[in-house]
Write a protein that binds this ligand. Structure first.
Ligand SMILES: Nc1ncnc2c1ncn2[C@@H]1O[C@H](COP(=O)(O)OP(=O)(O)OP(=O)(O)O)[C@@H](O)[C@H]1O
Ligand SMILES: [Mg+2]
Length: 360
């Protein structure tokens, strides 16, 4: 940039910008002098700016005033698009969830009770009943959906999109398999990476993962909540417009005591969301070679008592059977089968749909 030319151009005021000069407005992209030749490049925010010609003329006149008529001035105009404001996941609001009818959290007070297994199978079963279903795996520390659906190798596609208000945002497409749309932090971070995430960072990643996904039209979006009842849960139930929750528990008394924490997470005053019911997982044990047998390893009726205590329906009882674990490990959820274990999840799905009054 030739300093003397820039000084001259400071005299050129922009009539539509409160008479601020074009240098100050950052419109001068180039100002060079080579002997008797001056070259000026002016940047405008749009094509065919109505003031382009006027300002180019003013530039030439200013140069002539200072350097005399013997100097030849060329003014070029270019279009410089203003960077569009970007919207990050958390500013997106809940637009992407607008066409989801029932957003349901699958929660438990305690870890390891089979919550993810229930969530994945319930999603598949609801889809088999004809509902449009998505599942967001909100367990940042131990995402299980990629493995349970054998989609570990899949990578969700992402693209940028301009919103009607002119802002730009990134949209993520879910993975589709078994008739369900799946999303998990596991598609983006290795388990080691996810483990080092702390509080707010994990919370943000999680909400972004749910809010930036193009779920489209869904009857059900299940949220597989992380185990426990900590900060992440509170932040999730506040920021994601969940309609209510399903609580998963095993029949042991210890686990049942934890259920109370899970229930209170949704029932406390500030959240106040309904609990659609309780799922008693590992309600009894059935050995593979004795399919008619039921061994109540942890006692009988625990789930029923708990459901009665909280005034919620017992939506279903799922036995502890090897086939369920094997199916989960293979990435082919047991709910894909009609008979055997699949039937438990199908009846659970019917019951839940009834509780939330879901119509296809
Ligand atoms: N009904 C069942 N029969 C047999 N195995 C089961 C059953 N439910 C869950 N499992 C097995 O128990 C283990 C834990 O289940 P899962 O990962 O679903 O629990 P979780 O509550 O989501 O755990 P976390 O708290 O770590 O998220 C898995 O190996 C799973 O295959
Ligand atoms: Mg889990």
């Amino acid at each position: 940039m030739a300093k003397d030319i820039l000084e001259i151009l400071k005299e050129v005021e922009h009539p539509a910008k409160g008479d601020r000069n074009i240098v100050e407005l950052g419109m001068v992209q180039e100002a060079v002098r080579d002997g008797n030749k001056v070259r000026i490049v002016l940047a405008f925010p749009k094509h065919r700016d109505p003031l382009a010609e006027y300002l180019a003329g003013s530039c030439k006149a200013a140069v002539v005033r200072h350097l005399g008529a013997g100097v030849e001035t060329v003014v070029e105009t270019v279009v410089r698009e203003e960077p569009k404001p970007r919207k990050a996941g958390l500013d997106l609001g809940t637009e992407e969830l607008a066409r989801v009818r029932h957003i349901i959290g699958i929660a438990s007070g305690k870890g390891g009770v089979g919550k993810s297994t229930v969530a994945v199978n319930l999603a598949v079963a609801l889809a088999r009943l004809g509902y449009k279903v998505g599942l967001a795996d909100a367990d940042v520390y131990g995402p299980s959906v990629p493995k349970m659906t054998r989609t570990e190798e899949d990578a969700p596609r992402a693209f940028e999109e301009e919103a009607p208000d002119g802002s730009v945002r990134e949209i993520i497409l879910p993975i589709e398999k078994y008739g369900v749309k799946w999303m998990s932090i596991g598609y983006f971070a290795s388990p080691e990476q996810a483990l080092i995430w702390r509080g707010p960072m994990a919370c943000n990643a999680l909400k972004q993962m749910i809010l930036q996904v193009r779920w489209g039209e869904l009857d059900f979006l299940l949220i597989d909540m992380p185990p426990g009842t900590g900060d992440i849960h509170i932040s999730l139930v506040h920021d994601i417009p969940m309609q209510g929750a399903v609580i998963v528990s095993t029949p042991q008394d210890v686990a049942l005591a934890d259920v109370e924490k899970g229930v209170n997470m949704f029932r406390n005053e500030s959240v106040n969301k309904p609990i659609f019911g309780l799922v008693e997982n590992m309600a009894w044990f059935t050995p593979e070679d004795l399919p008619e047998r039921k061994y109540y390893l942890f006692g009988q009726g625990g789930g029923e008592r708990m459901a009665a205590k909280y005034g919620i329906p017992l939506l279903g009882q799922i036995p502890l059977v090897q086939g369920i674990r094997e199916a989960a490990d293979r990435g082919e959820p047991a709910a894909l089968q009609d008979a055997g274990e699949g039937a438990f999840y199908l009846s659970l799905a019917r019951r839940l749909a009834g509780e939330v009054n879901a119509e296809i």
